[in-house]
Ligand binder design. Structure first.
Ligand SMILES: Cc1cc2nc3c(=O)[nH]c(=O)nc-3n(C[C@H](O)[C@H](O)[C@H](O)COP(=O)(O)O)c2cc1C
Ligand SMILES: CCCCCCC(=O)C(=O)O
Length: 349
C-alpha cells in the first residue's frame, strides 16, 4: 500500500534497504539524543487556531533569494542518493522540479551537479569549505556555471562525528559509485572537514562570488548575527539532523532566538525533524521563512525513485495547506507568533 505520510515512507524504505544503509541514512551521532530531540521538540509545541477568519484557500508560494518556490519547503542536502536508488540525485531533481521546490544539491552528490541541474530543478549547491582555497574556488566556479542559484556552506562540520549508526557506510562507496562533484576519482577521501575553517573563509568566499551565500548549521544567536555581519544572504538553523554534535539542542527550540538576532535582515530557514505540515507551520510561526527536509526525501527516493520523492513533497504540501486552513490562516507567509504555545504533553502538565 502506498504510504500516506512521511513516517510511513520511512517504514517502507526501511523494509527495502540493507540494514547497514538504513542505519547510515536514519542514524544520528553517538547516543542520538539530538536526533530524537528534533522531533520531540516539535511535538511539545501546540497550535492555538483562530476561528471564523474566512481566510479562504491558503497561498503557499514565496520568493526565496530571488527565486519563486511553490511552498516553504526545500530539499535539504544529503549525500549519496545513489545508495538509495539507482537514479540517485537525478530522480530527486526531477521530483523537485515537478514540485517547484528548491533542491540543495550536496557536494557529495553521486550525480554531477550539471546533470542534476539539467532536470530543471532550481538548485542551490552545498559546499564544505576546503582548506585548499584553489580547489574550493574551482567548485564555486563550477556551481556558478551549472546554474546553481546559491551556495549553501555547511558550517557545523569542523570534523566528522564519531559513531555509530550514521558513521557506517561512509568511507567506502560500492564499486561504480562516486562523487563526481569532487572531480578526479570522486573519492570521499578528497574531502577535508577542517577545524581551521573560520569567518575569514566566509569573507574570502564573499569576495570571490556574487551568488547568494547561505550558512547552514547555525544554532547560536551570536553566530546568526555574525553570519549577517559577514555578508550571508540567509542562514539555516540546523544540527545536521542530529548527525554531528550529539546533545546539540533541537533546532525548533533555537529558532526564536536566532530569528530575533537576525531581525528580518535575511531569511532564516530551519531543518531537523520536520515530518508534518503542522511542523512547518510551527517553524513559520517561530520566525522561519521556510524549512528543509532531509531523511523524508531519502525515504521517498528509496521507496519509489522520483515518484516517491514527488509524493513525499505532495503529502507535506497537502498537510501544510490543511494545517494553515485549520489554523484560520490564508497564507504561509503570514503565520503569527501567538499561534504556537509551548504546552505539549511533554511539558508535564
Ligand atoms: C543521509 C544524510 C546525509 C546528509 N548529508 C549531508 C551533506 O552532505 N551535507 C550537509 O550539509 N548536510 C547533510 N545532511 C544533513 C541534512 O542536510 C539536514 O540537515 C538534515 O537531514 C535535516 O534533518 P532531517 O533529516 O530530520 O530532516 C545529511 C543528512 C542525512 C540524513
Ligand atoms: C568526509 C565528509 C563526510 C560527510 C558525509 C555526509 C554527511 O554530511 C552526512 O551527514 O552523512
Amino acid at each position: 500500500m502506498e504510504p500516506v505520510n512521511l513516517r510511513e515512507y520511512e517504514t517502507a524504505a526501511r523494509d527495502k534497504l540493507d540494514p547497514g544503509l538504513y542505519g547510515y541514512f536514519a542514524g544520528g551521532a553517538q547516543d542520538e539524543v539530538t536526533l530524537g530531540a528534533n522531533e520531540a521538540a516539535f511535538r511539545r509545541l501546540m497550535l492555538v487556531p483562530r476561528v471564523l477568519t474566512g481566510a479562504g484557500e491558503p497561498a503557499l508560494d514565496l520568493t526565496l533569494l530571488g527565486r519563486q518556490t511553490s511552498m516553504p519547503v526545500l530539499v535539504a542536502p544529503s549525500a549519496f542518493h545513489r545508495l538509495a536508488h539507482p537514479e540517485g540525485e537525478l530522480a530527486t531533481g526531477r521530483a523537485a522540479a515537478q514540485a517547484g521546490v528548491i533542491m540543495i544539491n550536496a557536494m557529495l552528490s553521486t550525480v554531477a551537479m550539471e546533470d542534476v541541474a539539467a532536470t530543471g530543478a532550481t538548485l542551490w549547491f552545498q559546499l564544505y569549505l576546503q582548506p585548499d582555497l584553489g580547489y574550493t574556488e574551482q567548485l564555486v566556479r563550477r556551481a556558478e556555471a551549472a546554474g546553481c542559484r546559491a551556495l549553501v556552506i555547511t558550517v557545523d562540520s569542523p570534523a566528522l562525528r564519531t559513531g555509530e549508526r550514521a558513521r557506517s557506510a561512509l568511507l567506502d562507496l560500492p564499486p561504480g559509485l562516486s562523487c563526481p562533484n569532487l572531480g578526479g576519482a570522486g573519492d570521499i577521501r578528497q574531502v577535508t572537514l577542517s577545524p581551521e575553517i573560520s569567518w575569514r573563509h566566509i569573507d574570502w568566499l564573499r569576495g570571490v562570488t556574487s551568488l547568494p551565500i547561505v550558512l547552514k548549521g547555525i544554532l547560536h544567536q551570536a553566530d546568526a548575527a555574525l553570519a549577517v555581519a559577514h555578508g550571508a544572504d540567509a542562514v539555516i538553523v540546523s544540527n545536521h539532523g542530529g548527525r554531528q554534535l550529539d546533545t546539540a539542542p533541537a533546532t525548533i527550540d533555537r529558532l526564536p532566538l536566532i530569528a530575533e538576532a537576525v531581525d528580518g535582515r535575511v531569511p532564516v530557514l530551519l531543518d531537523g525533524g520536520v515530518r508534518r505540515g503542522t511542523d512547518v507551520v510551527k517553524a513559520l510561526a517561530l520566525g522561519a521563512t521556510a524549512v528543509a527536509i532531509g531523511r523524508p526525501v531519502v525515504w521517498g527516493l528509496t521507496t519509489a525513485g522520483a515518484d516517491g520523492v514527488a509524493h513525499v513533497l505532495a503529502l507535506l504540501r497537502a498537510e501544510l495547506a490543511n494545517a494553515l486552513t485549520l489554523c484560520g490562516l490564508g497564507s504561509a507567509g503570514q503565520v503569527p507568533r501567538d499561534l504556537v504555545v509551548n504546552d505539549g504533553p511533554a511539558a508535564g502538565r
